[in-house]
Ligand binder design. Sequence first.
Ligand code: ADP
Ligand code: MG
Length: 593
Amino acid sequence: MTIRLLPPEVAGKIAAGEVVERPASVVKELVENGIDAGATEIRVEIREGGRHLIRVADNGCGIPADEVSLAFARHATSKLADVTDLDHISSLGFRGEALASIAAVSQVTLLTRPRMQTVGKYLRVEGGQIEREEGRGCPAGTVVTAERLFYNVPARKKFLRQPQTEAGHIHDVVSHYALAYSNIRFSLTADGRQTFQSTGSGKLHDVLIAMYGLEVAEQMLEIEGADVSDDAEGERPSSSAPAISGFIGSPSLHRANRRYLSFFVNQRWIQDRSLAHAVAQAYHTLLPVGRHPVAVLLLAMDPGEVDVNVHPTKREVRFRDGRKVFSAVQRAVRHTLLRRAPVPAMAHSPRTWPAPEWERRQSLVSARQGEPASTQAAMELFRPIATEAKPGEELQPVGPVRLPLLRVVGQVGQTYVVAEGPQGMYLIDQHAAHERVLYEQTMGERSQEAISSQTLLEPLMLDLDPLLAGVMAEQLTMLNQVGFALEPFGGTSYLIRAVPAILAVPDIRTAFLDILEMLRLGDDPLAAQAEERLVAAVCKRAAIKAGQTLSHEEMHELVRQLEQCESPRTCPHGRPTVLHFSVEQLEKEFGRK
Ligand code: ADP
Ligand code: MG
């Protein structure tokens, strides 16, 4: 093939793909334009999760009639004049790509009027081409409507998820902008029903209530400005360090993942692993292992200290002095926690070895032996059982697929069960093993359509945020097939009447939310495996945890059940349940051979 310049509409579609990934990206760009236009009210309306229609209306400055058609040209912006402006960007948009991109992959109409003009302007753009342009009366401000998203990009359209899921992402976008701009009234209407509204009162806490509900909002602590005088490290906030405000959850409030951590830099919603890590460190020992805090943190800093021009979606930023930002966030959170929530640190983290002498012995051992050699030996020893030999590879001492009869010796680290069998020693991960047992048990019951279910004494009322409500709506039928009895209760509320018997745990509400989260993250459109995944998620939540002390009888029962499994050697997610140390291996390691 010879080299050719791409026709403009093809190039346009490719570029648009970077900005517009899914309906929520369109909402994000249009909302940002409304904010940049100085709006005090922004209304978002969607149909079918935004696939059919997205409409964003603002009461901002509007676009002058003679500039309207230019707004749809790529790299046309009123927010940046020359390259020096890039060093101190204060608007959300500046790349001049959004309207062009949205118009390249949907059918767009624009209605706009600056307050000072008497007539507004109407414009229709289809596949990037202006189809119609005329004067029209309308309220001051701008309304952009994007219909039939990706109608001309079938490859993208295929990847759109269920309407409820896309609506959930849109809800995430709108509610996060409402957090960053508590002085703007936001509303979101999905298929004719209002699903979110902020008051525009300027109070962040009001938005938290709208977003997470009163129960959660009441457990949030306002960030206290770190007082320089009582700062032990004596590090003074300098001009390059951000000023931090916002709310963080008290340690009793925690979630299964990081989705409830929101960061804003100069009112821009960003994603940043290192900031998430800074918060996690500040909560260190205050939260149970594996749980994540809820927090909304707003960083205000000199625009010259942060580069937002890293990616077309502007979700990632680069700090000039990342370390300073990291420690400022960590200190602000820690300080607030210590001042406002003086909760004693947990007596010991369940991850550490409970044997009192362990640490001392460990250090003696590693002091005596050369570190690398011992690690290598340990690696060798801890190699999981090969389930199948690869061609050309020497056969490892592979046991049968089924487990032999085992005798429980004891428990180590409140995590592993030590057992002995005819072929040597076995270490069993209690959580992974129990997951496997529950999984096979449930799938067995499922094949006979007899999953045992436990009816709750009183039905539990669940009010879901729209993102989880989307997952719920998608999975409701299937959930009801695997032992749950769930009933829609209007809007995003549901009643739990029964749960699978294995899930009769003390805090069913949290357990259920965790399962929905797991399902949400398993963004795998393979419907054939959806049910297995669902059952696996339930079993994961229901299984014994690491860090739980087991009685000898419990361990015995667990091992006995594992022996009866079809595939006892991996958990449903594919991690090993058992490590095997053969007699030969042990003899070799001890120099007996
Ligand atoms: P950017 O926001 O990066 O400048 P866009 O493609 O989003 O690029 O918008 C192009 C231009 O159109 C903006 O710079 C602005 O002048 C104008 N514009 C877009 N949306 C609005 C709006 N809702 N209100 C007022 N002006 C708008
Ligand atoms: Mg923009």
